[in-house]
Ligand binder design. Structure first.
Ligand SMILES: Nc1ncnc2c1ncn2[C@@H]1O[C@H](COP(=O)(O)OP(=O)(O)O)[C@@H](O)[C@H]1O
Ligand SMILES: Nc1ccn([C@H]2C[C@H](O)[C@@H](COP(=O)(O)OP(=O)(O)O)O2)c(=O)n1
Length: 223
């Protein structure tokens, strides 16, 4: 069986990965996988369990038997853990504050990377996958790799607006704290992968960013 066509979209928090990836997948009738939602779901479940999130060994021990299910429809993506749909719950402040240390635990990463590769293998019609390490680690052979960036101020303003006018300075601080941990952890840190095309969406509309990625896909399909 041939390997599914993968579009890898990586970048820092709030750079537009989810909106772009969903837009591209919808436009091209591809599946969509939000790997950040998987790290968020593990964090949510460990918070519910009362796991000591300052203790990587406790995180690894309690995460190992969690059962995640990712819905890959770009127009209605979902994430469930042990049968409960947590698509909304994983966006809360508590998860935002704890997800980066959880995502830094090697056992959590290897468990989720295995699951992500299994989902990709089943996406025979092609899939857009977004996260931090897709082009570098999860799907290094992806024919299209995008590294999406935007100014810190634009990212904070957009994320605060999305959250109903949340405080912009507090949102900026939360994004910066996560980016710092995500970029410096030992295991597959956020980085621009070999072969990734960097797109700066600061002064582009969402449609323009989607157009740019669709163009990269069309170029890759004709070469
Ligand atoms: N190019 C853009 N122009 C304006 N707003 C954007 C653009 N890209 C994304 N957004 C908005 O910014 C917010 C964060 O985008 P999102 O896709 O959730 O980022 P990420 O997945 O990287 O965290 C969302 O409210 C989204 O609608
Ligand atoms: N492939 C991935 C995806 C996300 N993560 C981690 C790092 C991020 O801070 C959290 C949450 O990711 P998510 O993409 O949902 O975050 P944003 O929507 O960009 O704010 O998970 C990761 O380590 N590797």
């Amino acid at each position: 069986m041939s390997t599914p066509f993968v579009v890898a979209v990586d970048g820092p928090s709030g750079s537009g990965k989810s909106s772009t990836a969903r837009g591209v997948a919808t436009r091209l009738s591809l599946a969509y996988l939000d790997t950040g939602a998987m790290y968020r779901a593990v964090t949510w479940a460990l918070l519910q369990r009362g796991t000591d999130l300052g203790d990587p060994a406790a995180i690894a021990r309690d995460a190992v038997d969690l059962r995640l299910e990712s819905g890959t429809d770009p127009q209605a993506p979902t994430i469930a853990v042990d049968g409960a749909d947590v698509s909304e719950a994983v966006r809360g402040d508590d998860v935002n504050a704890h997800v980066s240390p959880v995502a830094a635990v090697p056992e959590v990463r290897s468990m989720l990377v295995d699951q992500q590769r299994a989902i990709i293998a089943e996406a025979t019609g092609g899939i857009v996958v977004e996260g931090r390490d897709i082009g570098s680690t999860v799907a290094p052979d992806a024919p299209v790799k995008v590294f999406l960036v935007a100014d810190a101020q634009a990212r904070a303003a957009r994320r605060a607006a999305e959250r109903g006018g949340a405080d912009e300075a507090a949102t900026a601080a939360s994004l910066a704290a996560r980016d710092a941990i995500d970029s410096t952890r030992a295991t597959s840190p956020l980085t621009r992968a070999d072969g990734a095309v960097q797109i700066d969406g600061t002064h582009l509309t969402l449609d323009e960013v989607v157009d740019a990625v669709v163009q990269l896909v069309e170029e890759a399909r004709t070469t």
